[in-house]
Design a protein around this ligand. Structure first.
Ligand code: CA
Length: 356
């Protein structure tokens, strides 16, 4: 009895201590009211919800001192104008992916994904422990932005087509939505790459404005109903083996934060980064089952010969980026040497294990 009373008293004391401080922080007006603009439809599964999760995490970890309101694509600024909007201080935060801004600098694409490049785990290891994030910060510095990795889709699917892809020549004349370096590879294979925000894909494919599209993977592709606009679903996503999503913050806004809040913002991004990857992996499994069994989608591998040819083109495309500037060379060298080293370790770890 005594023991029980003791614990009862302890927990009452703990509760008394905790309740007032929680309600106090909730009543406090936030010290910072931020806007986060995104390239995704608001709360779009995986990407939009990932942006919202980051906003919520910043708010919770800061005890309500920072409030973040999330705006979907087009709500405050169009999808592909968020980079400039945050750079100019129209919004404090942006959520997108670095390859969308290749028009500013080709080198940015290394910080999203590279065709036949690194997977999610390898990207994170390069960014956090291999010098990648430091280079990314340098890349965005002159735009008054501080980038953070804030999500990863894992390996994507190859895309949706209305015709069979049996050889490289089947890509000739194909108008396909495929962003970043993958788009450049398609161009050299004779296709026409276009970039469209996710929200426009279904209609563009259905009406024949584009012949084919890639988007992400079963989880996201099912949400857009792409199986209702195309017949064949090819894998793997050679062009996006582990795409990093980003959160960038206006540098002036960040530099004016007290040190604890700076750590909270960076920590929240790290939490959101891993959370999104887990979200994709778990939900892809379920969505794949629905696409296969309920919608009877024709899911096919790209022929090995096509993948080999795309790989050869990709090597040239990626290498050519490296000669554009000293900085591009530095990023290319850093990325490539990290990737080569992961290969050595993969060859005696994950690869033989998965083959088992
Ligand atoms: Ca994609």
């Amino acid at each position: 009895m005594k023991r029980r009373d003791f614990f009862k008293n302890i927990s009452s004391v703990a509760l008394l201590g905790a309740i007032p401080s929680i309600s106090k922080s909730q009543k406090l007006k936030p010290e910072y009211n931020w806007k986060m603009v995104t390239t995704w439809p608001k709360n779009f599964p995986g990407l939009g919800t990932g942006a919202q999760y980051l906003a919520d995490t910043i708010q919770k970890l800061s005890g309500g001192r920072i409030k973040v309101s999330v705006y979907g694509a087009g709500e405050l600024v169009p999808a592909f104008e968020i980079f400039d909007a945050v750079s100019q201080g129209v919004a404090e935060l942006g959520h997108g992916s670095a390859y969308y801004w290749k028009g500013k600098n080709d080198t940015f694409q290394f910080f999203s994904t590279v065709p036949f490049g690194m997977t999610a785990n390898e990207m994170n290891s390069w960014l956090y422990k291999g010098g990648g994030l430091k280079l990314w910060e340098e890349a965005y510095d002159s735009f008054n932005l501080l980038p953070m990795a804030a999500g990863n889709t894992g390996i994507q699917m190859g895309g949706w087509f209305n015709k069979e892809i049996n050889s490289l020549s089947d890509l000739k004349g194909l108008k396909m939505r495929i962003p970043g370096l993958g788009g450049e590879v398609l161009r050299r294979a004779g296709g026409t790459p276009v970039n469209l925000p996710g929200g426009e894909l279904f209609t563009a494919l259905k009406t024949g404005t584009i012949d084919a599209t890639e988007w992400v993977s079963p989880y996201n592709d099912l949400a857009f109903g792409l199986h209702k606009a195309a017949k064949y679903y090819y894998y793997p996503g050679w062009h996006e083996p582990g795409t990093t999503l980003e959160c960038f913050i206006n540098k002036k806004v960040f530099s004016q934060l007290p040190s604890d809040l700076q750590h909270i913002v960076k920590g929240a991004a790290k939490i959101a980064n891993i959370d999104m990857l887990c979200d994709f992996i778990s939900k892809n499994n379920d969505a794949l089952e629905i696409l296969k069994n309920k919608h009877k989608v024709d899911i096919r591998p790209y022929p090995e010969e096509v993948l080999n040819e795309l790989y050869e083109i990709s090597k040239d495309v990626v290498k050519e980026l490296s000669v554009k500037s000293n900085f591009a060379k530095e990023v290319y060298d850093s990325y490539s040497s990290f990737k080569d080293k992961t290969k050595n370790w993969n060859d005696i770890s994950i690869k033989p294990y998965l083959n088992l």
